[in-house]
Design a protein around this ligand. Structure first.
Ligand SMILES: Cc1cc2nc3c(=O)[nH]c(=O)nc-3n(C[C@H](O)[C@H](O)[C@H](O)COP(=O)(O)OP(=O)(O)OC[C@H]3O[C@@H](n4cnc5c(N)ncnc54)[C@H](O)[C@@H]3O)c2cc1C
Length: 273
């Protein structure tokens, strides 16, 4: 039995170990949430750092004879005898035979290509209102919209703050009229203006600079938090899988061109394609 060792893989290993299966966990050691400070919404372990949670998990599975090895699986092929199992080859060239295989390799986040954004991932560039929402409640939030789920994402974050802006990135489909109405009804401003830089000061996200706004015209009193719906998971490079959201937090200024209320729908209507 061979698996990967994030939260899902170790959970599977625990159940199988307790069922007296012979279990080997092969784990490359890069869990998706490694950049986050704490794990939330996990009853009994609320607020535990992600790597600490995995260490606890490794201790638990060890009680049942499960072995955990740091290794990246490179290939899997059928065992020579058909129907018997698999041959798994790791990055060190080791071959392991297994009757059954449980793949729990997680997902890989592909971040929007905005300078400065990847450096803040998991800290103040975030993806999930349920994972991090409480920590950023009542703060200024900007949703970076990259796909049609953006309006949905914005409505989730609107539950956490009254200070919310949606920035439509290039290529993002125009929200439907229904979505625009719903966002406007909740006081969410929508701007079609490509982001060009995540601004950071003193190791804190300060704002999002937009293409049409020159730095000399920055309005320093504004504060926005960045979130991007619609694209997946957490490693800045590598294979892309699914996911659909992003959250980031900022505390001071957002380089948006105008005050929110008067230009809420006009900003979108005049710029979106
Ligand atoms: C920034 C951030 C914060 C998050 N916060 C929360 C939260 O608070 N609460 C919550 O419920 N969820 C949170 N999530 C979602 C969280 O990542 C998942 O709940 C959890 O990590 C999923 O566990 P997993 O085991 O499926 O995947 P992962 O944790 O990603 O584990 C997959 C493992 O498989 C390994 N692997 C991949 N390919 C191979 C290979 N070829 N060979 C060997 N090993 C391989 C990886 O190295 C990794 O160790 C967060 C996600 C992010 C990005």
């Amino acid at each position: 039995m061979h698996m990967r060792g994030g939260a899902a893989g170790l959970s599977g290993a625990l159940a199988l170990g307790r069922s007296r299966r012979s279990v080997l966990v092969l784990d490359a050691g890069s869990p998706r949430n490694a950049a986050a400070g704490h794990v939330h919404n996990y009853l009994g372990r609320e607020g535990t750092p992600p790597l600490e949670l995995l260490e606890i998990g490794r201790g638990e599975v060890a009680q049942y004879g499960v072995r955990v090895t740091v290794a990246r699986v490179e290939t899997v092929r059928p065992w020579d005898l058909p129907g018997i199992g698999f041959v798994v080859t790791t990055d060190s060239g080791r071959e392991v035979l297994a009757r059954r295989l449980l793949a729990a390799s997680g997902v890989t986040d592909v971040l929007p290509d905005v300078p400065g954004l990847a450096d803040r991932w998991g800290r103040d560039v975030l993806h999930c209102p349920y994972c991090h929402g409480w920590e950023i409640r009542d703060r200024a939030i900007t949703v970076l919209a990259t796909n049609k789920m953006a309006a949905h994402q914005a409505m989730l974050f609107r539950q956490l703050t009254e200070d919310l802006v949606v920035v439509l990135t290039e290529g993002c489909p125009r929200p439907t009229e229904d979505d625009l109405e719903r966002l406007a009804a909740r006081g969410v401003r929508v701007v079609a203006d490509p982001p060009v830089q995540v601004s950071v000061e003193n190791d804190t996200l300060r704002g999002l600079r937009l293409a049409s706004v020159r730095s000399s015209r920055v309005t320093p009193s504004w504060s926005r938090q960045v979130s991007e719906p619609g694209r997946s998971s957490s490693r800045p490079s590598g294979s892309s899988r699914s996911c659909s959201k992003w959250v980031a937090r900022s505390s001071a200024r957002s380089y948006l061109p105008s005050p929110p209320a008067p230009r809420r729908s006009r900003a979108f209507g005049s710029q979106a394609t």
